[in-house]
Design a protein around this ligand. Structure first.
Ligand code: ADP
Ligand code: MG
Length: 325
């Protein structure tokens, strides 16, 4: 039989928008001393928008944005959506691409067929991008022609061993200090543009972190985004520890690192990338419109997209299970 206090507890939880998939985790929640939040989509709204473009290497801002939107054409990432929207708002002709590939936690890659330009009126022959390609001349040619172009963040630059030109580095540093995510457009061996995207920090995040601190719980943040952005968001929200530029397959290792320091860790996230960390944490919490994978990896699902529910969850666990001892 289910002990009465547990039954009451899970129904109370349900009334508060918390789906308890593992009762033991709900009981353990009272002992959590460290909460790790995913950044994008959890602490922030995850509704990015393009706020700035810097272009070098012979293309202008519009050409850079159009080419970036082309490479992002098949990506479901929020960054991709924001870039495509910005290109559309400017009424740019977006070139057609082939051989699209997502590079997990780093960015995307595609082959751009310079001759075919997908404009507002559909497919047509375009000279503009053909000229751009001839000028750059550095494209890695592939079978059937075209140029391989990459879009991604610092993790992509690392992998490609590309160092941004000083002008782009300065742009990125300034954007990062404002907590803006920066992605680079890479042609040949060169970053030719950088695009800055702004997200909105949830007001509930600030209050949640304050409340957790008041309860004696430490707060950490885990993100695939840049060191600059992580530092800025952590400082803004008063977060104690952060892990930046973490590849999806390495996120769970950061949880282990904290556990090895003797921490009892709750992880809060929404994405496919967060699933291994949710599984690894002592308590995995999927939040809001979390992906199915995140939900399946979690012990507790918070129905609303509200970081304050993490506070309510720990409070509920503390209140309910204190009576049991
Ligand atoms: P997060 O930890 O913020 O959920 P991801 O693991 O999805 O992030 O991505 C980490 C980083 O990889 C992003 O901040 C970005 O720099 C880069 N990235 C991933 N996907 C894309 C994409 N489609 N376009 C551009 N950059 C991307
Ligand atoms: Mg996320």
């Amino acid at each position: 039989a289910v002990p009465l206090v547990v039954a009451i507890n899970t129904s109370l939880a349900a009334q508060n928008g918390m789906l308890v998939r593992d009762r033991i985790a709900m009981e353990e929640a009272r002992n959590v001393d460290t909460v790790v939040f995913d950044k994008t989509g959890t602490l922030t709204r995850g509704e990015q928008g393009v706020v700035g473009i810097a272009a070098v290497g012979g293309i202008d801002e519009d050409e850079a944005l159009a080419l970036t939107a082309a490479v992002e054409g098949d990506s479901e990432h929020m960054i991709a959506r924001a870039v495509r929207e910005a290109a559309e708002e400017r009424g740019l002709a977006v070139p057609a691409v082939r051989e699209f590939e997502a590079i997990k936690g780093r960015g995307v890659r595609a082959t751009v067929d310079a001759r075919r330009v997908l404009g507002p009126a559909g497919l047509s022959d375009g000279e503009a991008s053909g000229d751009a390609e001839r000028r750059s001349g550095a494209g890695r040619s592939v079978e059937g022609g075209g140029e391989t172009v990459y879009v991604g963040g610092p993790n992509l630059l690392d992998q490609l061993d590309v160092e941004p030109a000083p002008e782009l580095a300065t742009f990125a540093a300034e954007a990062g200090a404002d907590a803006q995510t920066v992605v680079y457009l890479v042609r040949g061996d060169e970053a030719v543009a950088a695009i800055a995207l702004a997200d909105v920090i949830r007001e509930e995040s600030r209050r949640a972190i304050q409340a957790l601190h008041d309860m004696g719980v430490e707060v950490a943040m885990l993100t695939g985004d840049s060191e600059d952005v992580a530092r800025a968001v952590a400082a803004d929200l008063g977060i104690d520890t952060y892990f930046a530029e973490v590849l999806p397959e390495d996120k769970d290792e950061k949880i282990v690192e904290l556990q090895e320091r003797g921490r009892l860790v709750a992880m809060v996230g929404d994405g496919v990338n967060d699933a291994p960390a949710l599984t690894r944490a002592d308590i995995g919490i999927a939040i809001g419109s979390g992906t199915d994978v995140a939900v399946e990896s979690a012990d507790i699902v918070l129905v609303q997209n509200d970081p304050l529910d993490v506070v309510r969850l720990i409070e509920l666990s503390r209140r309910s299970y204190r009576k049991m001892q």
